[in-house]
Design a protein around this ligand. Structure first.
Ligand code: ADP
Ligand code: MG
Length: 555
């Protein structure tokens, strides 16, 4: 059969897009393969869907697989699938227009100054056109699965025009893309390189991917499988695969949500020591974002609030390529909804663990509390966050003891409405704080805060279960005075005789003269047993620890 060649021009906006792609230097060109493989996978999904419906197809027995082959000497890469293929009209419509959502977003960014162009290409790709980051010439041979179709060959150098040629019965079904690499991209014609790119981005594609005949993707996308079919070992294996951790995770969360957004997530809480290892860099958090089994972004930060940054895992959403990359705003909305749902689910899991497996939760707290404490800024989940906090307190024997605010409340004195705390570098330092004396005498529990963030937390929470959080330095002495002394407590200071009072007046005056403007007042105190004197903040002002911190920050 004589072949008929026709030449076509790309639409203006595609020429413009191709111009940017071919003439720019991109750091992550390897995503071209991800884009072509995901197209191949989509095309085979369609075949699988149609044949499950009983639709008659060309070459119905043909195995669904993707083959990547390369020829080092000829600087060529070939990607073949046995998918749905395209007829001539489809080819012109699909490859000749800019309907692809990623491309549209890319063009918008590029038009607005383009500084994020590289990152847009990396995250969402520009679909098929990504190939021109590495290709000097592309030959796409395709045959639609619709019975009676013919093979068609599409060819372009990515500069303005493409040609279409009829090729009769040359192939039986699917699409083959032959890439002739540009000199600057010769490095890609290398099986190891191709394997590693496939493993990085396309490892969970549901069809087998072969590079030079060897299958690369062997891990199933576990997050997409029904929960009841997955064993604990499979979860653990997946976790190890994901994190390179040699230990099992402390806990696993498998989330499947259909509304308000569709997504699957598989989340892990790393074990103690691994936790330490992962979080040397507090900025490196986030979950791996997949769109229909194809990696979009690693450690995508928007999927997780920073205070849950110790969680590792993957999120896969079908909604992403359809609505999302068109508008960055929509992308944020969708990702924001996923984050909200994930956050709530993680908090529920932590609450359950704290309740049913207290020891496990204590371990988790000890490993991850520094990161977790950043959660004081999550106003939406403030009460739940507060409920998960743990503190050392005056009731504990040593600095190792931990309790929740709820436990504190359960131990409160009759009539006590406030939760008291004191800050210091160590248990010893806090016990030397004269402000603690009256609490010891009255047998009132005081939480001990050792870390600078603790006071920020108390300040921003303000209360828990209708009990105010109050720094012991600012506690209302009158209120405290109303509580009876504890039986075991050190005895209260004796009341002053009139003579003493007169002597004190002279002393106070002398001290005031010496200190002058540096203090607001000098008074006789009833809070102290052993200490001769202490500094008190005027009502409503900040605690001494907070002052120290602010001085420190102002330096
Ligand atoms: P997207 O995949 O987001 O639609 P692309 O630019 O990657 O955008 O692809 C454009 C279209 O070209 C696809 O939607 C599909 O219809 C068609 N296409 C691309 N590659 C293939 C393929 N291997 N087999 C069949 N159709 C394909
Ligand atoms: Mg695509």
């Amino acid at each position: 059969m004589a072949s008929q060649e026709t030449t076509h021009s790309f639409k203006a906006e595609i020429t413009q897009l191709l111009d940017i792609i071919t003439n720019s230097i991109y750091t992550n060109r390897d995503i071209f393969l991800r884009e072509l493989i995901s197209n191949a996978s989509d095309a085979m999904d369609k075949v699988r869907f149609l044949s499950s419906k009983g639709t008659e197809l060309l070459a119905p027995e043909k195995e669904l697989r993707i083959d990547v082959a390369c020829d080092k000497d000829a600087h060529k890469i070939t990607i073949t699938d046995s998918g749905i293929g395209m007829n001539a009209e489809e080819l012109v419509a699909n490859i000749g227009t800019i309907a692809h959502s990623g491309s549209a977003a890319f063009m918008k960014e590029a038009a607005e100054g383009g500084e994020q162009a590289d990152s847009i290409i990396g995250r969402f790709g520009v679909g098929f056109y990504s190939v021109f980051m590495v290709a000097k010439n592309v030959v796409l041979t395709t045959r639609s699965a619709t019975p009676g179709s013919k093979t068609i060959v599409w060819e372009s150098t990515g500069t303005g025009e493409y040609s279409i040629t009829d090729a009769g019965d040359e192939m039986d079904r699917g699409t083959k893309i032959e890439i002739e690499l540009k000199e600057s991209a010769f490095e890609f014609a290398n099986p190891e390189r191709l394997q590693s790119i496939v493993r990085e981005h396309s490892n969970f594609v549901s069809f087998p991917i072969y590079v030079d005949g060897e299958q690369v993707n062997t891990q199933p996308a576990l997050w997409r499988e029904p929960k009841f079919q997955i064993t604990k070992e499979q979860y653990a294996d997946f976790y190890k695969f994901l994190t390179y951790d040699s230990k099992e995770p402390q806990d696993t969360l498998h989330i499947n949500v259909d509304a308000p957004v569709q997504f699957n997530a598989l989340l892990f809480i790393p074990d103690s020591e691994s936790g330490q290892m992962f979080f040397n860099d507090p900025e490196a958090y986030g979950l791996d974002l997949y769109s229909r089994r194809v990696l979009i972004d690693r450690r995508h930060r928007e999927l997780l609030p920073q205070y849950l940054g110790f969680i590792r895992g993957v999120v896969d959403t079908e909604d992403l390529p359809l609505n999302i990359s068109r508008e960055t705003l929509q992308e944020n909305l969708l990702i924001g909804k996923i984050r909200t749902t994930i956050t709530k689910q993680i908090l529920s899991r932590l609450e359950k663990m704290a309740k049913d497996e207290a020891e496990k939760y204590t371990t988790l707290w000890k490993n991850h509390h520094r990161v977790f404490k950043l959660g004081y800024s999550d106003f939406m989940n403030r009460d739940r966050f507060a409920g998960l906090l743990r503190f050392n307190s005056s009731v504990h024997e040593d600095a190792e003891g931990l309790c929740s605010l709820e436990e504190y409340i359960s131990r409160m004195k009759e009539g006590q409405k406030e939760i008291y705390y004191l800050s210091g570098n160590s248990r010893e330092a806090i016990r030397l704080n004269p402000h603690g004396e009256i609490f010891r005498r009255k047998g009132i529990e005081v939480l001990y805060l050792y870390e600078p963030t603790d006071e920020f937390i108390m300040d921003s929470l303000r209360e828990f279960k209708e009990c105010k959080l109050v720094c012991a330095e600012q506690a209302d002495l009158k209120k405290l005075g109303e509580f009876a002394d504890a039986e075991t407590a050190e005895s209260a200071p004796e009341a002053l005789s009139d003579d003493d009072a007169k002597n004190f007046d002279d002393l106070l005056k002398a001290i005031k003269d010496i200190l002058g403007e540096r203090v607001k007042d000098v008074r006789v105190s009833e809070r102290l047993n052993d200490s001769p004197a202490c500094l008190v903040s005027p009502d409503g002002s900040i605690s001494s620890q907070m002052q120290k911190m602010m001085q420190y920050m102002a330096q």
